[in-house]
Design a binder for this molecule. Structure first.
Ligand code: HEC
Length: 150
């Protein structure tokens, strides 16, 4: 989480001219940023959905597999945000991502915070806690999508 966040903060603090060039270090074109964040979200979806059969009790609970899946999710959850820099409006994102940056950041923080109990439950091998945390993470995806995604 730290590096992309720091980059986003630096981009936000820099002058518009600097912002354009700082952003260009990550992405040559705005479409590249859009593709990157969409790809990151697709991976998040894949690894989050992979937990669903376990949550629903459709497959036996395999503690090691679930813990591995959740640790992948922990990494993936840090990826999309750097690709919402200035000048990358578009894709499936609403304009409000760039006008309400505090609100968008708060929605990210809620999502990232929701992964902590999910990770703890996965490491402890506690299926009941995993279920409860999974529902909260899912709610945080939806809450952000309701406000910031087309
Ligand atoms: C803080 C806001 C936020 C959170 C949290 C969030 N998303 Fe998203 N998501 C977005 C935005 C904004 C887009 C649109 C990106 C674009 O197209 O530019 C998006 C797009 C997507 C897409 C479509 C990608 C594509 O190919 O167009 C998927 C799938 C997705 N999110 C899944 C998830 C899942 C699953 C979670 C939770 C585990 C999640 N998102 C959490 C904001 C969020």
């Amino acid at each position: 989480m730290k590096k992309p966040m720091l980059a986003a903060v630096l981009i936000a603090l820099a002058s518009p001219f600097m912002a354009a060039s700082a952003n260009a270090q990550f992405f040559a074109k705005a479409e590249d940023a859009v593709k990157y964040r969409q790809g990151a979200f697709q991976m998040i979806k894949a690894h989050f959905s992979a937990l669903q059969p376990v949550i629903k009790g459709q497959v036996p609970y395999d503690k090691a597999r679930v813990a591995a899946e959740v640790s992948v999710l922990d990494v993936l959850s840090t990826l999309p945000w750097v690709a919402f820099g200035p000048g990358t409006e578009g894709g499936g994102a609403l304009e409000v991502v760039w006008s309400d940056t505090n609100g968008f950041k708060a929605a990210q923080d809620k999502f990232l915070a929701s992964l902590k109990p999910l990770t703890a439950a996965a490491q402890a091998g506690d299926l009941d806690k995993l279920r409860a945390a999974f529902v909260k993470t899912g709610a945080s995806c939806k809450a952000c999508h309701d406000n910031f995604r087309k």
